[in-house]
Design a binder for this molecule. Structure first.
Ligand SMILES: [Zn+2]
Ligand SMILES: [Zn+2]
Length: 180
C-alpha cells in the first residue's frame, strides 16, 4: 500500500489562523453517531488523496484531509479506537475511528507526531466544505483517481505522493501559499 499522506507541504503555512468561519467559531468534527467530538482551533490546509490506503480506509473514492496541529486538536468526548498501518516506505501511521459507529476520524503520521490529519467529512456544518480552509490546495495519487472524476479546481495535481523535498514541489508550495 502507498504511504499515507504526510502533507508536509502544508506546513509552510504554520502560522496560526483562527479565521475558520465568519462567526469565528472553532470548527468541530463529529462521527456519525456523535460519540466522538473534536474541537479544532485552526486548520493549516487541506488536500485530496486518491491512494489505496485512503480509498480502503474510507471505503470510498478518496480522502479529504484537513491538517491541523496536535495542540490545535482537542478530543472533547468519545473513546476512539485505532489501528496501525505501515506504508511502502516502512513508515507507520495510526488511524483513529469511533469505537461506537466506526466513522474514520483522523490519522497520525509517525514522523510528524505534532500533526493531526482530520478526515474533513467529519467537520460539522452543512456548508463546512464551502469554507476556504477546507478547499483542497493539493490533490495527490491522481493516477489512481476514478476516471469519471475531475481534478479539484485550483488544487496542485500530483500523480503520486507529493515530495516535500523536490525543488519543483518547493516551488509549488510557494505558489500555493502565495509567499516569496
Ligand atoms: Zn460514533
Ligand atoms: Zn492517501
Amino acid at each position: 500500500m502507498p504511504d499515507l499522506v504526510p502533507f508536509e507541504y502544508l506546513l509552510i503555512n504554520e502560522e496560526k489562523d483562527d479565521d475558520f468561519s465568519e462567526s469565528s467559531t472553532m470548527p468541530t468534527a463529529t462521527c456519525l453517531c456523535g460519540a466522538c467530538h473534536i474541537v479544532i482551533d485552526s486548520i493549516l490546509g487541506t488536500g485530496i488523496c486518491h491512494c489505496m490506503t485512503c480509498r480502503k480506509s474510507t471505503s470510498s473514492t478518496f480522502s479529504l484531509n484537513a491538517v491541523t496541529t496536535k495542540d490545535a486538536f482537542h478530543l472533547i468526548s468519545g473513546s476512539p479506537k485505532s489501528y496501525g498501518i505501515i506504508g511502502d516506505n516502512g513508515i507507520p501511521s495510526r488511524i483513529f475511528f469511533c469505537g461506537e459507529c466506526s466513522s474514520l476520524m483522523w490519522t497520525e503520521y509517525s514522523p510528524r507526531p505534532d500533526l493531526r490529519i482530520v478526515k474533513a467529512g467529519t467537520i460539522d456544518g452543512d456548508d463546512a466544505l464551502a469554507n476556504e480552509k477546507l478547499q483542497p490546495l493539493v490533490e495527490q495519487y491522481t493516477r489512481r483517481r476514478a476516471p469519471w472524476l475531475c481534478g479539484a479546481a485550483n488544487a496542485k495535481q500530483y500523480e503520486g505522493q507529493q515530495d516535500a523535498n523536490s525543488e519543483d514541489d518547493k516551488m509549488a508550495d510557494v505558489m500555493l501559499q502565495g509567499k516569496e
